[in-house]
Design a protein around this ligand. Structure first.
Ligand code: ADP
Ligand code: ADP
Ligand code: MG
Length: 454
């Protein structure tokens, strides 16, 4: 098929911009980076064929500035835009304006983003597709009085979630009826402040659940899955350590989970790479859909490691108008992969951000190791953005060997100049409960209380 995409603008920064530029280059696509004034020395700027300054450091003036990004695309004759994750990746308006400007948006269409990007609406879509969801409200909850009635019906504790939320923000847990009003208002305010939308909905709070998600790929008519990832080790509802496959799913449960994800994605004629997130109760074997991310995810490399498929390349091929290059039976898995998010935060000081200059950087190598990162010796981590510096990804034949390989690789990491979360991962990977996969979404925060890293 003829290449529709010849020049790709990457509307993002950091490691994911680097990841996308690499995939585009391998397909012979010319690449355009955009950067804020705080990022002019970034690796994505160096690696791209062309780079455009899109404004001041603050994301609202640069990476979230749709007009500046579209102008950069016009100036560089870009014919496609990849949004990465975060920023404008799940912004319906952005997807629409990219298309209206005559370019290809690398992801699903604006209608799908509207349907699945709004978390309350996605729940309704799931219920219609016969996929189990956490008990909760039917869509958005208008006011506290209605919320109180629903909470009484489903029983406390409940969660109040911003419909537009992401990255663990806009979520409140309510243990008793007398806290409901305060938390309801707080969640509304957080949603409005962080995502420009104060709509909230309710879910029953599921304690001791595991977070298991399914990677899917669709081309608008066919949808396949690339198995699951388990991301139960979280801090502030943000993933910290992820693995594929989930160490607790039986083959029967895996099939049921992945089949439900494909059915749900098919029900919206999904196109592109997407992830359906579930909570899984390993005591009962029940799973409940919580949300869909209509974009590439941070932890996509562990799926690439166990399946051998390049998800970002596949996204680009789908956006180019090609049919899915794989059928379900082509997708097989082998071995076990783990990812650690290495952040510029000090785990001994309450995970306080540690921007600053990296004097020296040594990253691990050797069999089964992959590092997705944008850091280099002398790089200065700006204070304005997400604190993730690098993803250390390992693969091995078994989970046990992958853990040993991860411990070895973490010990090879040397980042001088700022504190990072490497010591947290070094302790986690050697922890007996982690080694036995005996954890749930609340595990890490409890563990940190009993395992201080000072
Ligand atoms: P993933 O879902 O890929 O595992 P995260 O939840 O950690 O990753 O989100 C990745 C990045 O995207 C983070 O910087 C997070 O703050 C941001 N993010 C996630 N969802 C949204 C959203 N709906 N709007 C804006 N930013 C988001
Ligand atoms: P985000 O859009 O910020 O990623 P999610 O709805 O995916 O928000 O939830 C983030 C995390 O919060 C989940 O991975 C899980 O750990 C926790 N969580 C979400 N919903 C529930 C629930 N109903 N009960 C318990 N924990 C939940
Ligand atoms: Mg989520």
């Amino acid at each position: 098929m003829a290449n529709r995409i010849t020049t790709l603008l990457v509307a993002n920064r950091g490691e994911i911009a680097v990841r996308i530029i690499r995939a585009a280059k391998e397909l012979g696509i010319r690449t355009v980076a955009v950067y804020s004034q705080a990022d002019k020395d970034s690796l994505h700027v160096r690696l791209a064929d062309t780079a455009c300054d899109i404004g001041p450091a603050h994301a609202s003036k640069s990476y979230l500035n749709i007009q500046a990004i579209l102008e950069a695309a016009r100036q560089t004759n870009a014919d496609a835009v990849h949004p990465g994750y975060g920023f404008l990746a799940e912004n319906e308006q952005f997807a629409r304006q990219v298309a209206e400007a005559g370019m290809v948006f690398v992801g699903p269409g604006p209608e799908t983003i509207r349907l699945m990007g709004d978390k309350a609406r996605a729940r309704e879509t799931a219920i219609k597709a016969g996929v189990p969801t956490v008990p909760g409200s039917d869509g958005v909850v208008a006011d506290v009085t209605v919320a109180a009635q629903i909470a009484d019906r489903i029983g406390y504790p409940v969660m109040i979630k911003a419909a537009a939320g992401g990255g663990g923000r806009g979520i409140r847990v309510v243990h008793h009826a007398d806290e409901l009003e305060k938390e309801f208002i707080a969640a509304q305010r957080e949603g409005l402040g962080a995502f420009g939308d104060g709509s909230v909905y309710l879910e029953k709070f599921i304690a001791r659940a595991r977070h298991i998600e399914v990677q899917v790929l669709g081309d608008g008519s066919n949808v396949i899955h690339c198995f699951e990832r388990e991301c139960s080790l979280q801090r502030r509802r943000q993933k910290v350590f992820e693995e594929a496959p989930s160490p607790v799913l039986s083959e029967e449960r895996r099939q049921a989970l992945c089949t439900s994800a494909v059915a749900l994605a098919k029900s919206v004629n999904y196109s592109g790479a997407g992830t359906l997130e579930y909570l899984y109760d390993d005591a009962s074997g029940e799973f409940y859909f919580i949300e869909m991310n209509t974009r590439i995810q941070v932890e996509h490399p562990i799926t690439e490691m166990i399946t051998g498929i390049d998800l970002v390349r596949t996204m680009l091929r789908i956006a180019n108008g090609e049919p899915l290059p794989y059928r379900q039976h082509d997708i097989t898995r082998r071995g076990s992969a783990i990812e650690c998010r290495i952040n510029a935060e000090d785990p001994a000081k309450g995970f306080f951000p540690t921007p600053g200059k990296l004097q020296q950087v040594t990253l691990p190598a050797g069999p089964g190791i992959r590092v997705d990162s944008m850091i280099y010796p002398g790089y200065t981590v700006p204070p304005y953005y997400d604190s993730m510096l690098a993803k250390l990804i390992v693969w091995d034949e078994t989970r046990e060997q992958a853990l040993a390989r991860l411990a070895r690789a973490l010990d090879e990491v040397s980042i001088e100049g700022i504190a990072t979360t490497v010591p947290l991962h070094q302790a986690l990977v050697r922890d007996q409960a982690v080694q036995q996969a005996d954890y749930h979404t609340g595990f890490l925060e409890q563990w940190m209380v009993t395992h201080p890293l000072s």
